[in-house]
Ligand binder design. Structure first.
Ligand SMILES: NC(=O)c1ccc[n+]([C@@H]2O[C@H](COP(=O)([O-])OP(=O)(O)OC[C@H]3O[C@@H](n4cnc5c(N)ncnc54)[C@H](OP(=O)(O)O)[C@@H]3O)[C@@H](O)[C@H]2O)c1
Length: 239
């Protein structure tokens, strides 16, 4: 595969951090975004890495970051919509502030980044967008009530198929990795033994396993509109 330019949102922690390192190891140029990406200092400097402090809910900042990626590295081949927050609550306990936060990062962020990417990819006739979703969208768990984040992540699964069809003839693919419970700071303070029971594989997943799925999808040029579950089989049934 030729050297590619990738953009990862939510790159300062967890899945996005591992993915950024994995893409750099593949030889990509990478633009890594998060609200406090530079202050967190998680990413090692590289001439092939540009780290930008961007809130994905800010359309102008996202547009600037995507323009910067193209200006610096010449093109944009892969965009990973990974930035996200997760709030598990009984449905009637969600507050207006919870709703606003989930919509801003998980929905508006997805729209801002995807629009800015597609505006570059479609005229060029190539590109790939991967969204990081959750297997809870297809297989809810009684002990993890989370209908509001699922409303948005499930919608992004539908949009994955819709955009895959809308952009196929212009050479752009759109896929989603639906993750099971993955060991990241999102679960800081969580009981890992209890979390392990949420997969039939009886363990939580590793960020590298999500990165591997993104690399697979990026190499699979005839795959688009796919929801690839990486959850130890959780989406498949009951256990
Ligand atoms: N871990 C899991 O079990 C799991 C399971 C299914 C799906 N997922 C999904 O995987 C994605 C990554 O999760 P994770 O576990 O790696 O979480 P994480 O460790 O908490 O990392 C979240 C990342 O998103 C960034 N971020 C949050 N809000 C942002 C915003 N408005 N604009 C830009 N960046 C923002 C954070 O950095 P800043 O604070 O610097 O902005 C951080 O880099 C999320 O979409 C999540 O829903 C995770």
């Amino acid at each position: 595969m030729n050297q590619r330019t990738s953009l990862v949102t939510g790159a300062s922690s967890g899945i996005g951090l591992d993915l950024t390192r994995t893409l750099l190891a593949r030889g990509d140029h990478v633009v890594a975004l998060s609200r406090r990406a530079n202050a967190r200092g998680a990413l090692e400097a590289s001439p092939r890495l540009c780290v930008l402090d961007v809130d994905v809910a800010d359309a102008a900042a996202v547009e600037h970051a995507v323009a910067r990626a193209v200006e610096l590295f010449g093109a944009l081949d892969l965009v990973v919509n990974n930035a996200g927050i997760f709030l598990a609550r009984p449905f009637t306990d969600y507050t207006p502030a919870d709703l606003a936060a989930l919509v801003a990062t998980n929905l508006v962020g997805f729209v801002n980044v995807t629009q800015a990417a597609l505006r570059r990819m479609a005229p060029r006739g190539s590109g790939h967008i991967v969204n990081i979703g959750t297997s809870l969208a297809q297989q809810p768990i009684a002990g993890v009530p989370s209908a509001l984040p699922i409303l948005i992540k499930g919608g992004i699964e539908a949009a994955t198929r819709s955009l895959a069809i809308e952009y196929a003839a212009r050479g752009v693919r759109v896929n989603t990795v639906a993750a099971g419970i993955i060991d990241t700071p999102l679960h800081a303070g969580g009981d890992k033994r209890a979390l392990a029971t949420l997969s039939p594989a009886q363990r939580i997943g590793r960020a590298e396993e999500i990165s591997a799925a993104v690399l697979y999808l990026d190499s699979a040029e005839f795959v688009s509109g796919e929801i690839l579950h990486v959850d130890g089989g959780a989406h498949a049934g009951k256990w």
